[in-house]
Design a protein around this ligand. Structure first.
Ligand SMILES: *[C@@H]1O[C@H](CO)[C@@H](O)[C@H](O)[C@H]1NC(C)=O
Ligand SMILES: *[C@@H]1O[C@H](CO)[C@@H](O)[C@H](O)[C@H]1NC(C)=O
Ligand SMILES: *[C@@H]1O[C@H](CO)[C@@H](O)[C@H](O)[C@H]1NC(C)=O
Ligand SMILES: *[C@@H]1O[C@H](CO)[C@@H](O)[C@H](O)[C@H]1NC(C)=O
Ligand SMILES: *[C@@H]1O[C@H](CO)[C@@H](O)[C@H](O)[C@H]1NC(C)=O
Length: 500
């Protein structure tokens, strides 16, 4: 039985081999100067790879040598638009010949160390070039990207828009690196050990006036140098996640059109408008989406620290295990007169898995506009201060994502530990007020008695004091009657009544 299977397999392999050599000989005879498209499909590159629907797919073919120029030239008739060479072992990239139709070239994970100058010269329609996960170094030369001669521009690859150099071994960029890529809109430099953005790198990136997307994730950056973001004035998306930034880079102020910012996984401890060392955000009028997640050092976000983000719609502030203080006024921005506050109209709010003991109702002005929200997995305090969460936030989050409030769990006070806010909502629980030190008088008979006596004594004393105060007996020592000092903040009704 087994012998039969093996011999069958052998015959099959032999038959295959036969077919191969047959095709090989065919090719050797027919390939040169043939204009028959079907022949192109059977020769050279298309014999090793899959050529279909204008796509050449050579990924994971175990190729050890880049195809020579004449083989690329022979592909011309096939008119490939996408060439996928990913996951092979080329050390060197050489000229790709006359492939004028290629729009996307994927050279990711190819162990590339060196790219022959002007290898892509004729690829005048190339829009996307993926060179990520290779072994390119700071020696990468501007001539790599040399294109056609053009009277006004400097031998540009004029169609190039998206370039990824991510996950190589680049410490510094040649300052003219992008001189042949004048129209580049998207650049990925993630995963390169820059550590600092030195002057040549700064010049290189500043020479890309059309840049819209810049990714510098995991670059070991400790700071963003001055003027770095000055020239790319159309920059809309910036990823600085997983770096070593200890403060919100104030240089961001230069990015007047920034819409998306990712600062995840940076060792920022605090955001405080009054601190030079750990300031809040500068004014970023167009920013819509902010990510500050997985920040293991982040403890505190002070009043107005996010107030410069006046058009923020999506706030991702999650998985920060130490974040216990999020000021109710973090997003609130004093208006011109300084009497009332304005809030950005947040549509998506992610605060899950922090160390917050409450979500303040004033954090957001229009809870009714929120379309996505997750505040689960925080050690919530369940007492009278968070009653609004049980009464109002629970039905709201459940309306958006059914049953999500089952993961809003009480941690304090001790007798409430483990209850979900969903449950408390369902039983219409009214939570008691616990004092600052977490004392629960009912646990201790003596304290209870003492408190009772205290209260019994305090009531008449307080009443008489109140009477005296109201009549102005204390004005001599500077205590005035009822004031409105603390009201300014709550003055402007933030329309949040509509959802109740
Ligand atoms: C050889 O070419 C024939 C005809 O194009 C094709 O059907 C066959 O699959 C090829 N054989 C191999 C091993 O590629
Ligand atoms: C790659 O190019 C370098 C420099 O031109 C050369 O020294 C090296 O031998 C080439 N390696 C291969 C595998 O062709
Ligand atoms: C390159 O391709 C273009 C368009 O297919 C053609 O016009 C041109 O003659 C080719 N050049 C060379 C050197 O093969
Ligand atoms: C290149 O290929 C890799 C893996 O095949 C893929 O993940 C990546 O998105 C591709 N790049 C482009 C620009 O299409
Ligand atoms: C809601 O979620 C909790 C835990 O997340 C689960 O135990 C419960 O069965 C869920 N209820 C419904 C109705 O899906």
């Amino acid at each position: 039985m087994a012998g039969r299977v093996i011999s069958c397999a052998l015959i099959f392999i032999i038959a295959l081999n036969g077919a191969y050599s047959e095709n090989d000989t065919n090719q050797n005879v027919a390939a040169p100067a043939s204009s028959d498209k079907s022949i192109v499909m059977e020769t050279g590159i298309c014999r090793r790879c899959i050529c279909k629907d204008n796509k050449v797919d050579c990924s994971e073919q175990g190729l050890k040598k880049f195809f020579p120029k004449d083989e690329w030239d022979a592909l011309e008739e096939f008119q490939p638009k996408t060439v996928d060479m990913s996951d092979n072992y080329f050390e060197n990239i050489t000229s790709m010949g006359n492939l004028t139709t290629v729009e996307v070239l994927n050279l990711t994970r190819c162990s590339v160390e060196f790219i022959e100058f002007a290898s892509f010269k004729k690829l005048q329609r190339m829009r996307v070039l993926d060179l990520s996960h290779n072994k390119l170094t700071s020696k990468l030369s501007p001539h790599t990207f040399e294109g056609h001669y053009s009277p006004e521009k400097y031998e540009p690859l004029e169609s190039m828009r998206v370039l990824s150099l991510a996950y190589n071994d680049i410490h510094s960029l040649n300052q003219d690196l992008f001189e042949h890529l004048p129209e580049l809109t998207e650049l990925d430099l993630s995963g390169n050990p820059f550590i600092t953005i030195d002057y040549p790198s700064l010049v290189a990136i500043s020479s890309l006036p059309m840049l819209k997307v810049l990714r510098m994730r995991s670059c070991q950056l400790t700071a963003i140098p001055e003027k770095f973001l000055h020239t790319p004035r159309y920059l809309e998306r910036l990823d600085l996640s997983d770096n070593l930034l200890e403060a919100v880079p104030q240089e961001l102020e230069e990015t007047k059109n920034l819409m998306y910012l990712n600062l995840n996984q940076n060792p920022i401890k605090e955001l405080d408008m009054n601190s030079e060392e750990h300031p809040g955000f500068p004014r970023l009028r167009k920013l819509k989406e902010l990510h500050m997640c997985n920040m293991h050092s982040l403890k505190r976000i002070g009043p107005e620290a996010l107030s410069g983000l006046e058009n923020l719609e999506s706030l991702h502030l999650a998985f920060n295990p130490q974040l216990s203080e999020l000021s109710p006024r973090a997003l609130a921005r004093p208006d011109e007169i300084g009497e009332t506050y304005d809030w950005p109209l947040i549509k998506e709010l992610y605060l899950q898995s922090n160390n917050l003991y409450e979500i303040d109702r004033m954090l957001i002005s229009r809870w009714d506009l929120v379309k996505a929200v997750d505040v689960s997995d925080n050690p919530f305090m369940c007492d009278c201060t968070t009653q609004w969460m049980v009464d109002m936030l629970v039905p709201m989050v459940d309306k958006i994502t059914p049953n999500v409030s089952a993961s809003m769990v009480c941690n304090e006070p001790i007798e409430m530990r483990g209850y979900t806010m969903q449950h408390l909502h369902n039983i219409h629980r009214h939570m008691r007020c616990v004092d600052k030190y977490g004392n629960r008088p009912e646990k201790d008979g003596a304290i209870l008695l003492g408190t009772l006596i205290g209260v019994l004594l305090a009531v008449p004393v307080m009443l008489s004091l109140m009477l005296l105060w109201r009549r102005g007996y204390f004005s001599c020592i500077g205590l005035r009657g009822p004031t409105s000092d603390s009201r300014a903040f709550y003055k402007r009704a933030p329309h949040d009544d509509s959802f109740m």
